[in-house]
Write a protein that binds this ligand. Structure first.
Ligand code: DGP
Length: 142
């Protein structure tokens, strides 16, 4: 909802004012310099596959497989560790969207969904995201 409002605002303002307004939004909502927030609000480029009120979906910049897509909540949440009970529907929506995108990408033989959490979990971008990886045989975990 917030990011939609930000995008709408951006359309009515000249570009320099729009960028200024986006920066104010980011400071106000404590988003800092988050690259995924910038992709969500359109100030950074990405190959966007889907956008709705709650999530934005785009291709990973450093694909680990022929298909590597990120499902990202529009609202900044650092990681799974910051999820609250009230976010259960959002978390569920991320999985449902992942399933729909997997079908669109013809991953009918299967795919892998990963959520890296925290430094030891291999998380490098601290904006919650679900990796959708497919298009090759995955090795068993562990
Ligand atoms: P993780 O390590 O789980 O935090 O995954 C972060 C992923 O984000 C990693 O696979 C690379 C991807 N990534 C980082 N910066 C960008 C970017 O600017 N654009 C896109 N599309 N993907 C990015």
């Amino acid at each position: 909802m917030i990011s939609f409002a930000r995008q709408r605002l951006g359309r009515f303002l000249p570009p320099f004012l729009s960028r200024f307004a986006q920066s104010l939004f980011r400071i106000y909502y404590n988003m800092g310099d988050c690259i995924f927030c910038k992709i969500v609000d359109g100030t950074a480029k990405a190959d966007i596959l889907h956008r709705d009120e709650r999530v934005t979906v785009f291709r990973d910049l450093h694909p680990a497989a022929p298909t590597h897509i990120l499902i990202v909540p529009n609202r900044h949440i650092d990681s799974v560790d910051q999820l609250e009970e009230a976010d259960a529907s959002l978390a569920g929506h991320m999985f449902v969207v992942a399933k729909q995108i997997a079908a669109r990408e013809n991953l009918s033989d299967g795919y892998r969904l990963i959520v890296n959490t925290g430094p030891q979990g291999g998380q490098t971008v601290f904006h919650l995201h679900l990796h959708l990886i497919g298009g090759r045989q995955m090795r068993a975990m562990g």
